[in-house]
Design a protein around this ligand. Structure first.
Ligand code: GRF
Length: 223
């Protein structure tokens, strides 16, 4: 084919749509910021379509507005039952038509119906080396136990809290003079490395969940 024909064919080719992310937050949103920043680079074929917070005062909402991203608040205090909150949240997320739902410091436990509905297309970041230290206060618990390794994990979300298949982890050594806040600071740095990387894998269709196993480039991920 002549070069001019090749160029014509390329210009007619439909550009690849970026992966649509909906990010759920409850607080400061530093992970959200890292994801927004990563989406502005060539390595991340994704865009943050919307940010949802259950906390009206979450600073992450301001970060989203500053980046021109639409924001939504569903205050969990407005619901008597957890299932009603989940139903409203599920309806809103569906209406936003994401390819991937990203939990980035979202501090509500999500129920069975919602997590099953988004199975394989919802990720979370957790500040521990899962399966160790599920739940809250991970840094203080690590120090209390005197373990010498800590870190962060990205995993697919399943109905069981912090128990879904692990996608990527990053480790740090615990030092004798560490406190919960020094650990939190270093674990956050780990999170900023691994979360955008895992999201980029998904956006490039390299990452899948099949029968409770996470696959990268067709091979099962071993945590
Ligand atoms: C992170 O440590 C994340 O692992 C945990 O909540 C924290 C959120 O921090 N789930 P930020 O709001 O992204 O700054």
């Amino acid at each position: 084919m002549k070069l001019s024909k090749v160029n014509e064919a390329l210009s007619l080719a439909k550009p690849l749509e970026p992966c649509r992310l909906v990010v759920l937050i409850s607080g400061n949103g530093t992970n959200l910021q890292t994801i927004i920043d990563a989406c502005a680079t060539q390595e991340m074929p994704a865009k943050v379509a919307a940010v949802i917070s259950n906390e009206p005062a979450a600073y992450g909402l301001q970060r989203a507005r500053d980046a021109g991203i639409s924001t939504h608040v569903i205050n969990h205090r407005d619901f008597d039952r957890r299932t009603d909150f989940d139903r409203r949240l599920k309806g809103l997320i569906d209406a936003l038509e994401p390819d991937l739902v990203v939990l980035a410091g979202f501090m509500r436990i999500l129920g069975f119906d919602l997590t099953e509905h988004f199975l394989g297309r919802m990720m979370n970041i957790h500040p521990s080396l899962l399966p160790d230290y599920r739940g809250l206060n991970t840094h203080a618990r690590v120090l209390a136990d005197g373990v010498n390794e800590h870190g962060a994990s990205v995993h697919f979300v399943t109905p069981e809290l912090d128990a879904g298949p692990i996608i990527l982890q990053s480790r740090i050594s615990v030092q004798a003079d560490d406190t919960p806040s020094t650990l939190a600071e270093r674990v956050h740095q780990c999170e900023y490395q691994i979360y955008p990387r895992a999201i980029a894998w998904f956006a490039m269709e390299r990452l899948h969940l099949k029968a409770s196993i996470a696959y990268l480039d067709g091979a099962p991920i071993k945590a």
